[in-house]
Design a protein around this ligand. Structure first.
Ligand SMILES: [Zn+2]
Length: 197
C-alpha cells in the first residue's frame, strides 16, 4: 500500500468519514501540505505523545489531574457522572455546571463483557465516599444501556452519604448528550431529580 492509500484508509476509519470523503480529505491534505498536512501531522504527533486520561475523573488532558479537577474554583462537593468525554464536553459547553466529573468510559453491557470494573465504577464509589462530596449527578444517556448503568450506580451508592440525582426528562429517550442543544441540556441539569434505584 502506498502512502496515499494508507492515508485514505486511516482517514476512512474516522467517524462520519466514508471512503469517498476520506479520498477528498486526503487530497485536500496533500494539496495543502504547508498550511494543513504538516501542521495537522505535528498536532497529531503532539496529541499522541501528551494527551492522557485524568487519574481522578477520566477526562482527557495533557495534565494529570486535568484542568477541571485542578480548578479550585469548581465545586468539589458535586460529581457529575458521564459515559464519555464527549458528554463532558457537551456539559462544559453549556457553562451551567461548576462541579467535577467522573467519566465512566462506556455503559454496562453483558453482551460486550463490560462490567463495573471496566467502567471505573469502583473509583466512583471511592470518590462518592470521600469527605465533602454531597451529590452525585447521573448524566448517563437515556438509552437502555445508559439507564441500566445509572440504576446500577444508584444501588451501588445507596450506602454512601450522598444524594444521587438524575438529569430531568427533557432529554429525549435514546438521546445522547452530545447531540442536545445547550438550552435543553442546561434545563435538564437544573431540573435534576432524585434517582430511583
Ligand atoms: Zn480530572
Amino acid at each position: 500500500m502506498n502512502e496515499i492509500e494508507r492515508l485514505i484508509t486511516l482517514l476512512a476509519r474516522l467517524p462520519g468519514l466514508g471512503p469517498r470523503s476520506a479520498r477528498r480529505a486526503a487530497l485536500q491534505l496533500i494539496k495543502r501540505r504547508e498550511s494543513l498536512l504538516e501542521p495537522l501531522a505535528k498536532a497529531m504527533d503532539e496529541a499522541a505523545r501528551t494527551i492522557r486520561s485524568c487519574s481522578a475523573c477520566g477526562n482527557l488532558d495533557t495534565a494529570d489531574p486535568c484542568q477541571i479537577c485542578a480548578d479550585e474554583r469548581r465545586d468539589a462537593a458535586t460529581i457529575c457522572v458521564v459515559e464519555d468525554v464527549a458528554d463532558l464536553w457537551a456539559l462544559e459547553r453549556t457553562g451551567a455546571f461548576r462541579g467535577l466529573y467522573h467519566v465512566l468510559g462506556g455503559t454496562l453491557s453483558a453482551i460486550d463483557g463490560v462490567g463495573p470494573d471496566e467502567l471505573r465504577i469502583p473509583a466512583l464509589a471511592a470518590r462518592a465516599a470521600a469527605e465533602g462530596v454531597r451529590e452525585v449527578i447521573l448524566a448517563t444517556n437515556l438509552t437502555v444501556e445508559g439507564q441500566t448503568t445509572a440504576h446500577y450506580i444508584t444501588e451501588k451508592l445507596a450506602g454512601a452519604e450522598v444524594s444521587v440525582t438524575r438529569l430531568a426528562h427533557g432529554v429525549p429517550v435514546g438521546g445522547e448528550l452530545d447531540y442536545l442543544d445547550d438550552g435543553t441540556l442546561t434545563a435538564a441539569l437544573r431540573a435534576r431529580r432524585t434517582a430511583e434505584g
